[in-house]
Write a protein that binds this ligand. Structure first.
Ligand code: ZN
Ligand code: ZN
Length: 262
């Protein structure tokens, strides 16, 4: 019942978010709506020049793109294509992609989507990030696209507390543009663990051990896990390990923002 309620809310915001992306149809109505209820930038609160934009031009200029990093974990590297940590201990996933750096103001934007019940913002961040992920698989890379998106699941207690899973809404936004379907029932979290953000890097790696349970769907072998932020990469790593254990051959990781070593 709880899941049903959450899905209904996600669907409602799906409609809202689409309303925010103008297309040819009803464009006059949209212009009228924007004139009556101007869209405000979620960061600075100023009236936006375009209602279809995620943030105003001023704030957009301050969002840092994520520079290329290690071919596996995407962390910063001094030289070569794979970082020392991945050479010593390769991650369970096959790639990690993120369009933005986890720095101000992107951290603030993700925080609003994650902790303040801003469902529409989580969905819109997914819409805004989708083109970046598509580009990662197009020319000149020409990699096969994942067959399904898997949002990082929350433990049922955390889901009830927060009322929604932001990774699910982000995945819905990405799916809307990329047409890659979202599978929300491939994996679930069967253990309550302390939030990764409250732990040090070493404890993060062991905190999630054996906390995810996945099942294999026939005909599906390539997945992309979706989350909001990658810091140590431990969540992606643990989830990928479980997905590979049950038989998925390739697991890519997609998130909005990557925090990198300074
Ligand atoms: Zn702004
Ligand atoms: Zn690496």
């Amino acid at each position: 019942m709880k899941n049903f309620a959450i899905n209904m809310r996600a669907n409602a915001y799906d409609k809202y978010a689409r309303w925010q992306r103008p297309s040819g149809r009803f464009s006059t109505l949209r212009k009228l709506n924007n004139w009556l209820v101007p869209a405000l930038c979620p960061l600075c609160g100023e009236v936006q020049e375009s209602s279809s934009a995620l943030v105003c031009n001023c704030c957009a200029a301050n969002i840092a793109p994520n520079p290329a990093g290690c071919a596996l974990c995407n962390d910063q590297i001094e030289n070569g294509s794979i970082c020392g940590r991945c050479i010593t201990k390769p991650p369970a996933f096959d790639s990690l992609s993120a369009p933005w750096l986890y720095k101000t103001p992107m951290d603030e934007l993700i925080g609003k989507a994650k902790f303040y019940e801003n469902y529409a913002l989580a969905y819109q961040l997914g819409l805004a990030a989708a083109d970046y992920f598509l580009a990662c698989y197009s020319e000149p890379y020409s990699e096969p696209m994942p067959q399904a998106l898997v949002p990082v699941p929350l433990y049922i207690g955390r889901l009830a507390e927060r009322g929604y899973n932001q990774a699910s809404l982000i995945a819905d936004g990405i799916s809307k543009i990329s047409n890659v379907p979202v599978f929300k029932n491939i994996v679930y979290k069967n253990l309550a663990t302390p939030a990764q953000s409250t732990l040090g890097v070493k404890t993060r790696a062991t905190n999630l051990r054996n906390s995810y349970v996945a099942h294999k769907l026939s005909g599906i072998h390539h997945l992309a896990i979706v989350d909001d932020v990658a810091t140590s990469g431990s969540t992606f790593n643990e989830l990928s390990r479980e997905l590979k254990n049950v038989g998925y051959q390739r697991v890519d990781c997609w998130c909005l923002a990557r925090s990198k070593k300074q």
